[in-house]
Design a protein around this ligand. Sequence first.
Ligand SMILES: C[S@@+](CC[C@H](N)C(=O)[O-])C[C@H]1O[C@@H](n2cnc3c(N)ncnc32)[C@H](O)[C@@H]1O
Length: 193
Amino acid sequence: MFYLGENWSSLVSDVVSVGPDLSEKDLVQQLGAFSQNFTVLEVGSYFGYTTRLLSHLFKRVIALDAIPELLQANREYNMDRDNILYLRFHTGNHDWSIFSMNTIHVVFLDASHDFESVMQDIDNCLRIPTVSLIIFDDYGAEEGVRLAVERFVAAKRLQPVALLGEGENGPWKLRDGREVKDREAIACEVLRP
Ligand SMILES: C[S@@+](CC[C@H](N)C(=O)[O-])C[C@H]1O[C@@H](n2cnc3c(N)ncnc32)[C@H](O)[C@@H]1O
């Protein structure tokens, strides 16, 4: 079983806003002391809300996005953080082998959410030899994410270790009013053959 520790609140007490996605509390509770020496790859970093939180939890963050204007906005939002590398990268068009030259422990996957893209992204993440945990945002809200994760779990390439975010107390609602019954996000351990 993958170790998920507790008690990170003092380390991240200066994180004031984590944006619209996963709450600080959830990531802090689930990642525990595990992350402080590790590198996380954030796939799909948008305006940098989660990038900011990750930069407090991890030693290094590689934040990638296909859209350079978003990377620029992320950089400005996180100007005071010195452990973030910004990379323009499209998961379907660019070469993932560049990541294998680095030691990346955790992936926070939050880019395209259609089934085919997520399948391909997971496959590419698993090819990075040092990755041991993948966190899937929008697991509950996006069927493509859920089905792709289920496929890899069934193939014994991923093992769910924690459910995160909204939904702890039953179905929850998106801003558009849609009800979601599954938890917002899931963390899976990578199983190596
Ligand atoms: C849901 S947002 C990410 C939110 C961010 N992780 C957060 O929590 O604040 C999705 C992001 O993924 C990017 N994206 C979508 N498809 C992508 C792809 N194939 N390659 C790289 N980035 C992609 C989008 O530009 C967008 O910024």
